[in-house]
Ligand binder design. Structure first.
Ligand SMILES: Nc1ccn([C@@H]2O[C@H](COP(=O)(O)O)[C@@H](O)[C@H]2O)c(=O)n1
Ligand code: CDI
Length: 157
């Protein structure tokens, strides 16, 4: 059994939507990133890479590599899932907390879980998405960006 955790932040910038957990959510601002800025998937990838002691997302998909410019982060998650399987592990469960005042995540949580379960090749009940504000405190409270934190447990196949 192996445990991993991941954390990611992206700042708000110009745009009319954010992509979280592979789900496009209309919003007054976008997220500044090399890829699509999907903090949910980036945190989840880092949790998986961490559990496998395989470094972090920037090692696998360097921000200096133009291939990942505006990339769909779901391909990062599918890659992490394939490395997990190659090394003889399967996901027991993943739990993600999204931290932002807005957008509200609740109405999109089911769609996000479905995307993540598809990419991870697991059941829906193995993937949890939660959200919290920081009660207007700190950078998320000032709506300067979105943070996500992920935990995973991997089991031998
Ligand atoms: N971006 C968010 C933030 C929160 N939620 C939901 O609201 C509940 C209350 O949030 P608090 O920060 O006041 O505890 C939280 O438990 C989530 O269900 C959300 O959907 N999107
Ligand atoms: C995802 C990558 C891809 O180049 O770039 P960003 O979209 O900027 O996201 P970050 O969370 O900073 O992780 C680093 C990179 O791997």
């Amino acid at each position: 059994m192996r445990i991993g955790n991941g954390f990611d932040v992206h700042a708000f910038g110009e745009g009319d939507h954010v992509t979280l957990g592979g789900t496009r959510i209309a919003h007054a601002r976008g997220l500044v990133a090399h890829s699509d800025g999907d903090v949910v998937i980036h945190a989840l990838c880092d949790a998986i890479f961490g559990a496998l002691a395989l470094g972090d997302i920037g090692k696998h998909f360097p921000p200096s590599d133009q291939r990942w410019r505006h990339a769909d982060s779901r391909q990062f998650l599918r890659h992490a899932a394939s490395l997990m399987a190659q090394r003889g592990y399967a996901l027991c469960n993943a739990d993600v907390t999204v931290v932002c005042e807005s957008p509200k995540i609740g109405p999109h949580a089911q769609a996000m879980r479905e995307n993540l379960a598809d990419d991870l090749g697991c059941r829906l009940d193995q993937v949890s998405i939660k959200a919290t504000t920081t009660e207007k405190l700190g950078f998320t409270g000032r709506e300067e960006g979105i943070a996500a934190q992920a935990s995973v447990l991997l089991v031998e196949r």
